[in-house]
Design a protein around this ligand. Structure first.
Ligand code: ATP
Ligand code: LTN
Length: 327
C-alpha cells in the first residue's frame, strides 16, 4: 500500500487556492493509501507570526482538513510540532543539503527579497530541510502539493539519491502529486500572481461569506475582449476563472469552455460565483460545526501518537545508518 503525505503551514487565512490545490483532493487520497496529513506549524515560524495567530490558524487548518472530508479513522492528522522527530530529522538532514541549492529555491528568493537582508532568519533559508524531513520520516511515496511546492519535493528527491548513494537504501523516493488543472490558482486582482494567503489582495478566503465571495468574483480582473477561451498569456483572468469553474465542477478546461461558448463576461462570472458558493457554503458549515464542537482535539491527540510511532522507526533507521550510537 502506498503512503501519501502532505502539510499546510498555518501562516494566514486559507484561500480558494489552498482548497483547489490541496484540500479538495485529499478526500480521494485517503482511499488510495495510508495518509499522513499535518499542520506545518514549525514551518509557520520561519516568518514572524503572533502566537495567538499561529494558535488560531493551526486550529482552523485542522478543522478545514476535517471539513474537506478527511476521515480520522482512515488517516493520521497531526501537528508537526507534536512529533519531535521532525526537528531531530532536520538537524541530521541539514548536513546533506547545500547552501547553494537552498539559495536557489524560488520560495526563499521570493520571501527573502521582500525582507531586510539583516533579518532573514536561518529557518527561512533551511525551510526545505525541515520539509524534506517531513516527507522522509513517513516513507512517503506521494506528496500532494500545489505547483509552488514541487521544487521542494524535487530537492527532497535529490537528497534521497545523495543519502542512499552514500549509505545504502535508507529513504524511500517520494514524488510530488499535483493537479493537471488547478495547481496554481491566480489572484483575482492580478492574474499574473499566485493567489496566496500572505498576499491577500485578490484572494478568496475560505472563511469569506457568500456575499463577499460573489462580489470578489464579479469584480475579478479580466481583459478587454469578449471571448471565453483558455489562453494563459493573453487572457490570464478569464483562464483563471475557467480553471476555478472546471475544478469546482470536476470537468476539464475544454468542457468548461464549451459551457460558456457565446456567454458575456458578466454572465460567465455569475456562473463561476454560483459554482464556488455551491461547494464552499456546505464546506463552511461543516467547518463551523467541527470548530464549535472541538472535534479536532481528540483527532490531533490520536494523530500525534500514531505519527510519533511511525516517525521514530524511520529516525532510528537513519541514525543507525549514519553511525549514531544507540545507548
Ligand atoms: P504563503 O503565502 O504563506 O506562502 P500559501 O497560500 O502559498 O502560503 P501554503 O501554506 O504555502 O499556502 O500552501 C499550502 C498548499 O496549498 C501547498 O501545497 C501549496 O502548493 C498549495 N497552494 C497554495 N497556493 C495555491 C494556489 N494559488 N493554487 C494552487 N495551490 C496552492
Ligand atoms: N511547504 C508546504 C507545507 C509543507 C509540506 C511539507 C507540504 C511542509 N512540509 C511536506 C508537503 C509535504 C507549504 O504548503 N508551503
Amino acid at each position: 500500500m502506498k503512503t501519501i503525505l502532505t502539510g499546510i503551514k498555518p501562516t494566514g487565512k486559507l484561500t480558494l487556492g489552498n482548497y483547489i490545490g490541496v484540500l479538495k483532493r485529499l478526500k480521494d487520497f485517503q482511499n488510495q493509501g495510508e495518509c499522513y496529513i499535518f499542520i506545518a506549524d514549525l514551518h509557520a515560524l520561519t516568518l514572524p507570526i503572533e502566537p495567538s495567530e499561529l494558535n488560531e490558524n493551526s486550529i482552523d487548518i485542522a478543522c478545514f482538513y476535517l471539513a474537506a472530508g478527511l476521515d480520522p479513522n482512515k488517516i493520521t492528522l497531526f501537528l508537526q510540532s507534536s512529533v519531535s522527530a521532525h526537528a531531530e530529522m532536520a538537524i541530521i538532514l541539514q548536513n546533506y543539503l547545500y547552501m547553494g541549492e537552498l539559495s536557489r529555491m524560488t520560495q526563499f528568493k521570493d520571501k527573502s527579497s521582500k525582507m531586510n537582508k539583516n533579518s532573514i532568519g536561518l529557518g527561512l533559508f533551511a525551510y526545505p530541510v525541515l520539509m524534506a524531513g517531513d516527507i522522509l520520516l513517513y516513507d512517503a511515496d506521494e506528496v500532494p502539493v500545489g505547483e509552488d511546492q514541487i521544487q521542494h519535493v524535487e530537492l527532497t528527491r535529490d537528497l534521497v539519491k545523495r543519502i542512499n548513494n552514500r549509505y545504502g537504501d535508507v529513504f524511500k523516493m517520494p514524488s510530488a502529486k499535483f493537479n493537471k488543472v488547478g495547481a496554481r490558482i491566480m489572484s483575482l486582482s492580478d492574474p499574473s500572481k499566485k493567489m496566496s494567503k500572505s498576499d491577500p489582495k485578490g484572494d478568496i478566503f475560505l472563511k469569506d461569506d457568500v456575499k463577499t465571495i460573489r462580489k470578489k468574483i464579479m469584480s475579478a480582473v479580466t481583459d478587454s475582449g469578449c471571448e471565453i477561451k483558455y489562453d494563459e498569456e493573453n487572457k490570464p483572468g478569464i483562464s483563471n476563472l475557467l480553471t476555478i469553474y472546471a475544478c469546482m465542477k470536476n470537468i476539464s478546461i475544454e468542457e468548461a469552455e464549451k459551457v460558456f461558448n457565446g456567454y458575456r463576461y458578466g454572465d460567465f462570472k455569475k456562473c463561476v460565483a454560483d459554482a464556488v458558493i455551491e461547494e464552499i457554503e456546505p464546506f463552511q458549515q461543516r467547518y463551523i460545526e467541527i470548530k464549535e464542537n472541538k472535534l479536532y482535539e481528540d483527532v490531533l491527540r490520536q494523530g500525534a501518537l500514531k505519527a510519533n510511532k511511525k516517525s521514530q522507526e524511520v529516525l532510528n533507521r537513519i541514525k543507525e545508518k549514519i553511525g549514531l550510537l544507540k545507548a
